[in-house]
Design a protein around this ligand. Structure first.
Ligand SMILES: NC(=O)C1=CN([C@@H]2O[C@H](COP(=O)(O)OP(=O)(O)OC[C@H]3O[C@@H](n4cnc5c(N)ncnc54)[C@H](OP(=O)(O)O)[C@@H]3O)[C@@H](O)[C@H]2O)C=CC1
Ligand SMILES: CC(C)(CO)C(=O)C(=O)O
Length: 339
């Protein structure tokens, strides 16, 4: 039987995996929010630099407004979370109506680190897969997606040891690899996925808040001053130091050169808009805790000095509060209520 998949929060990233999972022959139900009406009526339209395609129409098997509504289309083999990783969202609780205990494999396709715990706590008997995704993509209007020139989906089990310790987890991971590859994804199983998540964090913890705080694409920030490259490199190095203190010795200072080199190669083009910049431009909450706050807290716990990361955290968190709580057209007042 075709795998039955639920995609929770189908925006820029979710739409691409909707496309690939449908190509693999899966039944796919899409949970949509602000884009519900557009997607229900017309599906998604995707332009892709990687696939060299324009105006590709993609229609989910079913489009619903919530996991409770999705439950009627279950039971699901996979529930794929492609919302932003925001602590206030309480996503594990939100998806519960569509999760079959002990069966549905939960797949997190999200940036950041330390995002898995709420799912382990809520669904201790379900397979959990954690993914690091390299896929520049933006929803430019409801249902309209622009995808860049890369799609790499690295995934592993959470915890890493579950792949060897549980036959059910191994079967779910093997099946995920099979269906994503069948759909055309550049999907790779990583036995140490946390190392890959921290490696990707070098990129996200530096460029995402820097671009969001400056309203600039990576190339624009890079070109603005002759100290910009040094600033980005130093933030990346702080992530390397925290990762090494966590025991991830595979993450080395030399890797930062390759990461900054990728931005350099984009000159003199327009550069990319990291997802956090897209959030600010649209007045949406940013993934500050998953991408910057968690590594700052880990650094403190481990006694690693991260002054640049702390600065980015303080600035990005304050901006995120202003996005959430200020009155339109006004600055954020000191008496606003913290959640
Ligand atoms: N975009 C990119 O280039 C990349 C993104 N990532 C990561 O992938 C993840 C997804 O990002 P991205 O696709 O860009 O984000 P988007 O904001 O484009 O998409 C998220 C979607 O989830 C919806 N959503 C949020 N909460 C709910 C809810 N409770 N119920 C139903 N729908 C909901 C949002 O709806 P609404 O519009 O109403 O908020 C939105 O449509 C993030 O962790 C991001 O960091 C990783 C690599 C690249
Ligand atoms: C930098 C990028 C596009 C890499 O895929 C990303 O992770 C993001 O925008 O958050």
């Amino acid at each position: 039987m075709a795998p039955n998949v639920l995609l929770h929060g189908v925006g820029a990233i979710g739409a691409i995996y909707l496309h690939l999972l449908l190509k693999a022959g899966c039944r796919v139900t899409a949970v949509c929010r602000s884009n519900y009406d557009a997607v229900k009526a017309n599906g998604f339209t995707i332009d892709s630099v990687l696939y060299n395609t324009k105006d590709v129409h993609v229609k989910a098997t079913d489009v619903v407004r919530s996991p409770s509504e999705a439950a009627a289309h279950g039971p699901f083999d996979f529930l794929v979370v492609t919302t932003k990783a925001l602590p206030d969202a309480k996503t594990a609780a939100a998806i519960a109506p569509a999760v079959t205990d002990g069966k549905t494999c939960i797949v997190l396709i999200q940036n950041g680190v330390g995002i898995e715990d709420e799912y382990v706590a809520r669904f201790p008997g379900n397979p959990l897969l954690s993914c690091a995704v390299y896929l520049p993509s933006t929803q430019i209007s409801p249902g309209r997606i622009q995808m860049g020139n890369q799609e790499l989906l690295e995934f592993g089990t959470f915890p890493d040891t579950a792949y060897d310790d549980s036959a059910a987890v191994k079967a779910a991971a093997d099946s995920w690899l099979e269906i994503t590859k069948k759909g055309g994804s550049n999907c790779v199983f990583q036995p140490n996925i946390q190392v890959q998540r921290w490696k990707k964090l070098m990129l996200n913890a530096s460029w995402n808040p820097i671009c969001a705080l400056t309203l600039s694409r990576d190339v624009a920030f890079y070109l603005a001053t002759d100290v910009a490259e040094h600033v980005v490199l130093e933030v990346m190095l702080e992530i390397v130091h925290v990762a090494q203190a966590l025991g991830f010795s595979e993450i080395t200072p030399e890797m930062t050169e390759k990461q900054i080199g990728n931005a350099r190669k984009r000159i003199p083009g327009p550069g990319i808009e990291p997802s956090m910049l897209v959030d600010v431009l649209n007045g949406r909450r940013m993934e500050v805790e998953a991408i910057v706050g968690h590594p700052v807290r880990e650094a403190k716990r481990l006694g690693v000095s991260v002054p640049r990361l702390e600065t980015l955290y303080a600035l990005a968190k304050a901006l995120d509060d202003a996005i959430a709580f200020r009155k339109p057209g006004q600055s954020l007042s000191g008496d606003y209520k913290r959640v």
